[in-house]
Design a protein around this ligand. Structure first.
Ligand SMILES: Cc1cc2nc3c(=O)[nH]c(=O)nc-3n(C[C@H](O)[C@H](O)[C@H](O)COP(=O)(O)OP(=O)(O)OC[C@H]3O[C@@H](n4cnc5c(N)ncnc54)[C@H](O)[C@@H]3O)c2cc1C
Length: 410
């Protein structure tokens, strides 16, 4: 096919972020949009995600983006049952120390001030919400009834089908090769389906973003980071539920019921970092070799006895996009008509709904509902550096320090 494809917006990437942007453009009445996806919907990082949707974050705009997402996922699930796998089970953030509990009180205040319902639970009240947990030694828990979990692939497909129902095209199995530049502007996008000419280009290509934007002369400090979680064998329903999603910052893990199994992931335990070009470049590239997640599994087994009884079935270990300062990259670049949306780093599923809406509104000139200034590419200066081996080493070293300070963000 060598025809020129013309459209108002060309989105590269059919992951959760690209499909959410398309869904929200359709919602704003814009259908002259194509999504260019080199494999199929969700085949990058999105399919691999554990599906946690948690609204507790330190950054106000993060909370606002995720709050919108949680509402959207619940709404889509109630309108189209089974479409997103939204559980609506709420979340518990568990504290074993009075210091951590004091921190939870501050987080609760921030969430409440942003309209996210929270409460601090102890004793019987806590046992009622989480009868399947072993609460020995627990000091308190932060309860968010509007948190939950989804099945990321189902959600991405739901968003894509919402967009296509409105007339947006998904070009699956089409790879975007490079931007053609005329002076300092984009004259087209070369792809395996031919040339695409759009009024505006949005690169939402996850961990592969750096290679594509480099062809437009843009460097941004994006790299790839490995994330993983283990999955138990089947657990009888009465041993498993009710189980809110659980996060334990003191022991750096999180867990949730996933169908009839339990998924447990570790936060910030010596993750593997990679340059974008060194990431295994295959469809759904991952391994499922069981890991002890840096030693957190015994802690999780103590809190969730059904996990110990069931034993582990497999793990999911895959790469995702991350940024040098731990914040998303969302917004226009120095190249006219080119927006970059990347760097999901562990909470891109949770934020996808809010990001899609915010970006779509910005693209059509609708008033902003969330302040995106913390996420702008311009924060890295006028000629940002892309990540090379030396910068990756700096990032690796500062990562541990950063998250020792902000360990509650898991
Ligand atoms: C193991 C694991 C667990 C996770 N758990 C959670 C969780 O519980 N909660 C949470 O909120 N987040 C989680 N995440 C993070 C989350 O998965 C990501 O932040 C999110 O999926 C990012 O979506 P995306 O659309 O930006 O990227 P992707 O899903 O990677 O989508 C990018 C798409 O672009 C396509 N693409 C790339 N280059 C090109 C090109 N040149 N031409 C055409 N197409 C191209 C790719 O094929 C891909 O489909 C987890 C991640 C991993 C790896």
């Amino acid at each position: 096919m060598n025809d020129v494809i013309r459209c108002r917006f060309a989105i590269v990437g059919g992951g959760l972020w690209g499909t959410s942007i398309a869904y929200h453009l359709a919602d704003l009445g814009v259908d002259d949009v194509v999504i260019v996806e080199r494999w199929d919907i969700a085949d990058g990082s999105s399919w691999a995600a554990a599906g946690f949707v948690g609204q507790v974050r330190h950054r106000r705009s993060d909370v606002e983006l995720i709050k919108y997402s949680a509402g959207l996922y619940a709404e889509l699930e109630s309108a189209y049952s089974g479409s997103t796998g939204w559980g609506g089970e709420g979340s518990l953030r568990i504290s074993y120390t009075s210091e951590r509990s004091a921190e939870f009180s501050l987080l609760a205040e921030q969430c409440t001030s942003l309209g996210v319902p929270t409460s601090i639970l102890r004793g019987l009240e806590l046992a009622e919400i989480a009868p399947t947990l072993n609460l020995d030694g627990v000091d308190s828990a932060l309860w968010l009834p509007t948190d939950g979990s989804i099945v990321p692939e189902k959600l991405a497909r739901m968003l894509a089908s919402g967009a296509t129902a409105a007339g947006i095209q998904v070009l699956a199995d089409v790879e975007a090769y490079r931007f053609d530049m005329k002076a300092a502007s984009i004259s087209g996008l070369e792809s395996s389906a031919g040339r695409i000419v759009a009024d505006h280009y949005i690169v939402a290509a996850g961990m592969f973003t750096p290679q594509l934007i480099a062809t437009a002369g843009i460097g941004l400090p994006l790299y790839a980071r490995q994330a993983n979680y283990v999955v138990s064998n089947s657990v009888p329903d009465d041993r498993l539920r009710p189980l809110p999603t659980v996060r334990v910052p003191d022991q750096q893990y999180y867990a949730r019921a996933a169908d009839s199994r339990i998924a447990v992931g570790a936060t910030r335990r010596a993750p593997v970092f990679a340059l974008a070009e060194d990431v295994p470049n295959g469809r759904r590239a991952h391994t499922n070799a069981i890991t002890d997640l840096g030693g957190v599994v015994p802690d999780a087994e103590r809190l969730i006895p059904a996990l110990a009884e069931a034993g582990l079935s497999h793990a999911v270990t895959a790469f995702e996009s991350a940024t040098s300062d731990g914040r998303f990259i969302i917004g226009p670049t120095q190249v006219p008509a080119l927006t970059v949306v990347a760097g999901g780093q562990g909470y891109g599923v949770a934020a996808a709904g809010g990001i899609g809406r915010a970006v779509a509104r910005e693209l059509v000139g609708a008033p902003a509902e969330v302040d995106l200034s913390d996420y702008r590419p311009s924060r890295f200066g006028s000629a940002p550096r892309s990540v090379d081996a030396a910068l990756l080493e700096d990032i690796r070293q500062s990562y541990g320090d950063r998250y020792r300070i902000a360990a509650v963000q898991s």
